[in-house]
Design a binder for this molecule. Structure first.
Ligand SMILES: Nc1ncnc2c1ncn2[C@@H]1O[C@H](COP(=O)(O)OP(=O)(O)O)[C@@H](O)[C@H]1O
Ligand code: SF4
Ligand SMILES: [Mg+2]
Length: 349
């Protein structure tokens, strides 16, 4: 059951990367351009909860996770973990907290060192963080992490090299290496997209099970809305650096309000053969985080845009509130009148 304690709170997070300037631009003193990869993202995540961050490639999902992890520095906004603002915390103070925030990467073929046996892979983070005073104590922690990740009995796997494992097993080893540190927050960046379809559900069920004891929260990054709908409690739909719709997973997929979410859902095959989706192909320019349109950022591709959409940058909120001031905080609990935290950033929703 989801605990009410908020584990992660991200407020108006911004991350930008400099665009490399050709020498001619520098000589002509043309202003530097920026990729606004994360452009005002707000959401929260409770213990025991899985929130899915969903959006097409390039919308800023990985940058959001990397910024939360402080692998990339935020250019604005705040990140609060377990009540502590870590946005600009020094690396020394951050170190013990970093242990509690672990990332699971997309590609277990890249994230595991091919020269390391499973034992060494899971032991490495323990050594880095000085956990386990003796070899035998660490051995116990390694075995328990492997078994929590579904690799049981651990003795079967300890001495294997990555090339002796399947893709699914490799990803479980990577998850075990994260679990060995007893994290409170797992950031899973497209954790099954490189895996064989037959093992995906198993790995997703593992992540789902891990958060159900209520201690750990999972931010699941995916481009697949049906995966999000199946496993997550809440879904945050991201477009061009911003969350444009957020709410309880079921509500977002059964009653989508943002035209972008509707378009994403229209291409998800429906399990009910009587229901036929009409795929809505988005036309217009490919979104470009270097030149985010004024007004609503979705306007160039929006099938229902009106003139006012060019003037107002809609914020996340209950329907009808998007045009008024800042306040896009996907808190999941601010709405009333039956919305139960379902929020949308669209002037016409
Ligand atoms: N290190 C970087 N330097 C410059 N641009 C980057 C960097 N990392 C990501 N980007 C750009 O930022 C945008 C968001 O990327 P990313 O966060 O990887 O999106 P996603 O994970 O949703 O595919 C993209 O336009 C990408 O090209
Ligand atoms: S605000 Fe306007 S352009 Fe933006 S999604 Fe809504 S209708 Fe479309
Ligand atoms: Mg990514």
């Amino acid at each position: 059951m989801t605990s009410e304690r908020i584990l992660l709170e991200v407020d108006d997070l911004r991350t930008r990367y400099p665009v490399r300037r050709p020498i001619a631009d520098r000589l002509a003193r043309r202003p530097r351009q920026w990729v606004r990869a994360v452009d005002g993202v707000s959401f929260s995540l409770r213990r025991g909860e899985m929130v899915a961050l969903v959006g097409e490639s390039g919308c800023g999902k990985t940058s959001t996770a990397q910024t939360i992890l402080r692998m990339v520095e935020a250019t604005g906004g705040t990140i609060t973990v377990d009540g502590q603002d870590i946005t600009t915390m020094s690396q020394r103070r951050l170190r013990p907290l970093r242990r509690g925030i672990q990332m699971v990467y997309q590609d277990p073929y890249e994230s595991l060192d091919p020269r390391f046996r499973v034992r060494q892979t899971v032991e490495e983070p323990l050594l880095v963080h000085g956990i386990g005073t003796s070899k035998s104590e660490r051995e116990e922690l390694i075995s328990s992490a492997l078994e929590r990740a579904g690799l049981a009995p651990a003795s079967l796997y300890l001495n294997r090299y990555p090339h002796e494992l399947s893709g699914g097993q490799r990803q479980r080893v990577a998850i075990a290496a994260a679990l060995a540190l007893d994290p409170v927050l797992l950031l899973a960046d497209e954790p099954v997209s490189m895996l064989d379809v037959s093992v995906r559900a198993g790995v997703l069920s593992l992540l789902d099970g891990l958060r159900r004891d209520g201690r750990l929260g999972v931010l699941m990054i995916t481009h697949d809305l049906s995966t999000a709908a199946h496993f997550a409690d809440r879904i945050a739909v991201m477009y061009l650096g911003r969350i444009v719709e957020y709410g309880p997973a079921r509500q977002v997929v059964t009653d989508p309000r943002h035209p972008y979410t509707k378009a994403l859902l229209s291409v998800v095959p429906n399990r009910d053969p009587r229901v036929r989706n009409v795929a809505q192909i988005l036309s217009g320019e490919t979104p470009n985080p270097i030149a985010i349109p004024a007004g609503c950022r979705f306007r160039p591709r929006c099938p229902i845009a009106e003139a006012s959409c060019a003037d107002v940058d809609p914020v996340l909120g209950p329907p009808g509130s998007a045009g008024s001031g800042r306040g896009g905080s996907a808190s999941g609990g601010s709405a009333s009148g039956g919305w139960a935290g379902h929020e949308v950033a669209c002037l016409l929703a």
